[in-house]
Design a protein around this ligand. Structure first.
Ligand SMILES: Nc1ncnc2c1ncn2[C@@H]1O[C@H](COP(=O)(O)OP(=O)(O)O)[C@@H](O)[C@H]1O
Ligand SMILES: [Mg+2]
Length: 249
């Protein structure tokens, strides 16, 4: 087991919102400074999922969100993630208030679980701190002056791109060895910071063995991100990398 990171303020006395990092497709990321008993501080990225039921801009703003959005809620991604209790299954099928609550909880809990497993496996992924019904707290990648850039805007030169690609291959190898497919891998969901490639945004990650479309998602991820590197002059072959990854499963 990797030990809890030493920068982390475990028992917080106060949290101060420093600003909004981004409002993405279905979540808003806030930068929070956490202070502990001994006065130590750390930076936390707080990912808040936009509520599913509310689509009215005014209502969203009343809840403190800056932009309306829709939730990715695709049944294909949820396959292989069953509710063990039949009472819970029925509630989800009938979409009762309780069922919706369960689904939402599973969503942040799922992202937390996948990121924890991958952090433990040694992947460069923000340390997942905690989750609640519609919130996930992560290590903030960046510093007080701003968040790490997404790979697409990191302005890497040829040497940097080759380095990022090598890290992509290592990262994918770890993810697949652990049995997961990211499911939405792109130059938006990779960050570049401290000369390292950070993998983020895992709510739709699927268990390759349990999900009948697991390999399709993996294939799409690999081809998608290899194409991105290929267009920037990196010598890549998505199909060959996919085959290489199948061998580590
Ligand atoms: N831990 C983090 N540290 C710094 N920036 C982050 C972090 N997590 C997310 N971001 C930024 O917020 C954006 C949106 O977060 P993401 O998890 O991809 O949610 P979504 O794309 O579903 O809205 C990311 O592309 C990245 O720019
Ligand atoms: Mg994203």
């Amino acid at each position: 087991m990797r030990p809890i990171p030493d920068w982390l303020v475990v028992e917080s006395v106060s949290d101060t919102e420093i600003g909004v990092v981004t409002t993405g497709k279905e979540a808003q990321i806030d930068l929070v400074e956490r202070t502990g008993h001994d006065g130590r501080t750390c930076l936390v990225a707080r990912k808040r999922y936009l509520p599913r039921e509310v689509h009215n801009k005014g209502e969203l703003e009343a809840l403190g969100f800056q932009r309306a959005s829709t939730f990715r809620h695709d049944v294909r991604y949820r396959e292989g993630r069953q509710f063990r209790k039949s009472r819970d299954r029925r509630a989800v099928e009938r979409m009762t208030t309780y069922g919706k609550h369960l689904l939402q909880d599973r969503w942040t809990g799922h992202e937390y679980d996948v990121m924890s497993a991958l952090w433990q496996a040694g992947l460069t992924v923000p340390y997942p701190i905690e989750y609640g019904t519609d919130v996930l707290e992560l290590e903030f990648v960046g510093d007080r002056d701003g968040a790490a850039p997404q790979l697409r805007s990191a302005r890497l030169d040829a040497v940097g791109l080759a380095d990022a690609y090598a890290q992509l291959v290592d990262g994918l190898t770890l993810i697949v060895s652990a049995g997961w497919a990211h499911g939405d891998l792109s130059a938006y969901n990779l960050l570049w910071w401290d000369d390292r490639l950070w993998f983020i945004d895992f709510p739709q990650a699927v268990d390759i063995a349990a999900n009948p479309m697991g390999l399709d998602f993996l294939h799409r991820d690999v081809v998608n991100v290899c194409d991105w590197f290929g267009r920037r002059g990196v010598d890549t072959d998505g199909e060959a990398l996919f085959a290489q990854l199948l061998a580590v499963m």
